[in-house]
Design a protein around this ligand. Sequence first.
Ligand code: RIB
Ligand code: CA
Length: 311
Amino acid sequence: MKQSLIIDCDPGVDDATGLLTAFASPDLDLLAVTTVGGNVSAAKTARNARILRQIARREDVPVYAGAERPLRRAPAGAGEFHGREGLGDLTPFEPVGPVAEGTAAGAIVQQVMARPAGSVALAVMGPMTNLALALRAEPTLAAHLGPVVVMGGARSEGGNITASAEFNIWADPDAAAEVFASGCRMIVMGLDVTHQVRATEARIASIEALPTASAKTAAAMLRFSQRVERQIVGWDAGPLHDPCTVAWLLKPDLFELRPCRIEVETESELTRGHTAVEFRVDAANADHFWATKADAAGIFALITQRLGEGA
Ligand code: RIB
Ligand code: CA
């Protein structure tokens, strides 16, 4: 049975590997890709998603451009980790396939509400602005959505954009707060788990050795991250953030989750975007599930296998 899925993202070099893996996965019915400003501008993330779609030969998947700025805060960026154009060293080009008519939020509402309740999953790989806008537009959306798998937040790992916060939540804390309070069933891949999934030299080389354009593109993104993580953070192997959302959808057993309640700091400048992950909850009625462990080798084996079978 295929899993129907919408991917909301801000490509972004790690978004790119997640998208390319999803494009190459026949067990996913990818209904749409929606994009948001985040790592780079909304115009660039929409173009980049179309570029990746063309490389993957998946012009059947519509790309909808989304929010150009957070609900309340000024637009942020993370270009130092993704390159000025958002796809590392890849020289951007104007893709053949157009952006779809309509907005990202409108597409999320339309695609989800047109199908049976619980049947459409959503993977969120960037700031949650589009999902927050969709929830505002359709109050029954939260109850109708399937699992919402989010890359965001931090608990025991501390932050990556500030001492307290992870970038996606920090970039639009108000949107994140609204989404976490909405009643959506959320699987949350925070830094606690993505920092366990490292793109080592051997893992990058395995992908690089594959013949497909999708694998070569993903490897180039991983190489770019390897270089900037070494330069900026001093890590020898960078964490693989966004593809963890797709990996969970494909093989949830690769992860361990804990039921919790997640709330977001939206007012303090010092701790803006902090995710308060409370495990002392009634597990039977929890909406949020925090990923605590990942099988890194299994995740890379899955991604490598899919990219090798892609276009
Ligand atoms: O903190 C990691 C997240 O921020 C990833 O989604 C990466 O693409 C950046 O957007
Ligand atoms: Ca991202």
